[in-house]
Design a binder for this molecule. Structure first.
Ligand SMILES: Cc1cc2nc3c(=O)[nH]c(=O)nc-3n(C[C@H](O)[C@H](O)[C@H](O)COP(=O)(O)OP(=O)(O)OC[C@H]3O[C@@H](n4cnc5c(N)ncnc54)[C@H](O)[C@@H]3O)c2cc1C
Length: 422
């Protein structure tokens, strides 16, 4: 069935948060005939910091499903123009043993590695070219649903009103709390995250393979590109939680030293890549966090998308792609249905898929590490390490990953923009 041609009943939307979810939502709403304005807390000045949101640097992957969602709003080029292909996922143990290699499905767009800041700039430029108003330095504090619209109040004392309000304000969402004051908060997962761009490495290119290494004491992922640059990220166990600011205050040089110690026994490229990382290229996002399921996504005229609704573990490689899918689906529902029905339709379209991916992430973590029972890889004890290394090649061949094909059902998801939402 094709999209209806009458005008949407929702005419205007306030989008809180100018990360990937917020900017994509605003573009999708515009395509649906709804006027959307974005309000972003960050004013564009000062150091980039935070727990891995769009403002923070480092690398990330955009999966085929995320690219297909961008395609639905004619914005796939934002990723394809800047991303480096990732054709396979390799899993290695600390002994250097190759445990498994999962290849990408051949008939889908290739997963792309992108630098987070470049992705954000590309999407922001695309939104600007479509004349989407993005107001920076606007931190939402509170909002009132009057039954016919929502009034939002910002920390600079200003107010804005529209038919609906969309919370795209990330892991520590204010809108989530406004919708449900008892909503869960993220939990510290027991490790600190570090990530870096290596400007020049002597190591050979991994030829499109992104490696995840289950180190003796910490987790390490890396990819080495054809131009002799590399990207890596590490999760280092740390008993006490630290905020990003506290971790940054320790200093990049000191963390590189501690990371080198943690990986000293590993027979993977971790020690060499760490040695090649200039302190100024080390990014310190701070605590690795997991988010319990958010039971309530909407109330009245307010609704959540992206990490505010369904944050996955950083290592799942799906957070930004799921955020993009949700942004596009919500706009499609609002195009075709009145607000209450649109919110219901959106949730019934998104909830099963998001839950399945969250479960899968946990199941994969369980299969790949007997010790790491959370979604974030943690170091394992000697027995757990031996078990994991023996089981992992089997698990990836026959298990939830859909055989030795990387992504499988997660990657295949495609949104038909022209189909009417019901
Ligand atoms: C270390 C790490 C690695 C990751 N790697 C990957 C990966 O490889 N692939 C992948 O797909 N995902 C990855 N993710 C997850 C991905 O970053 C997120 O899923 C994605 O950024 C979510 O986008 P979002 O727009 O929902 O939230 P965000 O990117 O967090 O954006 C939210 C925005 O809202 C703003 N904001 C917050 N509060 C307010 C307020 N009160 N008022 C106004 N604005 C506000 C913030 O400043 C921010 O700009 C990773 C995450 C981490 C931490």
């Amino acid at each position: 069935m094709t999209a209806r041609t009458t005008a949407p009943t929702v005419r205007t939307a306030l989008v809180i948060g100018g990360g990937i979810a917020g900017l994509v939502a605003a573009m999708a709403l515009r395509k649906a005939g709804i006027e959307a304005r974005v309000y972003e807390a960050y004013d564009g000045s000062g150091p980039r910091s935070g727990a891995g949101g769009s403002r923070f640097g480092g690398g990330m992957t955009i999966a085929p499903n995320g690219q297909q969602a961008l395609e639905a709003i004619d914005a796939a080029e934002t990723v394809s123009a800047i991303g480096t292909p990732v054709t396979a996922l390799g899993l290695r143990s600390w002994t250097g043993r190759h445990l498994a290699q999962l290849t990408a499905p051949a008939d889908l767009p290739t997963t792309r590695f992108v630098w987070r800041t470049e992705l954000h700039e590309a999407i922001a430029a695309e939104a600007e070219s479509r004349s989407i108003p993005v107001h920076r330095g606007k931190r939402l504090l509170d909002a009132t649903d009057t039954g016919t619209g929502v009034t939002a109040r910002f920390s600079d004392g200003s107010q804005e009103r529209a038919d609906i309000l969309i919370g795209a304000d990330g892991l520590r969402s204010t809108v989530r709390r406004l919708i449900d004051p008892t909503a869960p908060k993220p939990h510290y997962a027991g490790t600190l995250t570090f990530t870096a761009r290596v400007p020049k490495t002597e190591l050979p290119s991994t030829e499109g393979v992104l490696y995840m290494c289950y180190g003796k004491r910490a987790y390490f992922a890396y990819q080495i590109f054809d131009d002799a640059t590399a990207a890596w990220s590490a999760n280092l166990p740390h008993r006490e939680p630290m905020t990003a600011a506290e971790a940054q205050a320790v200093g990049a040089g000191e963390w590189l030293k501690r990371l080198a110690e943690a990986f000293t026994d590993d027979r993977t490229p971790a020690p060499e890549l760490l040695a090649e990382t200039p302190p100024e290229d080390l990014l310190i996002p701070g605590p690795t966090e997991t988010m319990p399921p958010v039971e309530t996504w909407s109330r009245g005229r307010m609704i959540l998308i992206g990490d505010a609704a369904h944050a996955t573990s950083p290592t799942s490689g799906q957070g930004a792609s799921l955020a993009t899918e949700s942004a596009v689906e919500l706009a499609r529902c609002l195009r075709d249905l009145p607000v209450g029905k649109a919110f219901k339709a959106y949730e019934s379209l998104r909830r099963p898929r998001v839950d399945r991916i969250l479960k899968h992430t946990t199941a994969t973590a369980t299969a790949t590490s007997a010790a790491a029972r959370t979604a974030t890889p943690k170091p394992a004890g000697p027995l757990s390490r031996a078990l994991r290394d023996a089981l992992l090649p089997v698990a990836t061949k026959v298990g939830g990953a859909g055989g030795a094909v990387w992504g499988a059902w997660q990657f295949e998801h495609r949104i038909d923009w022209d189909e009417r939402a019901m």
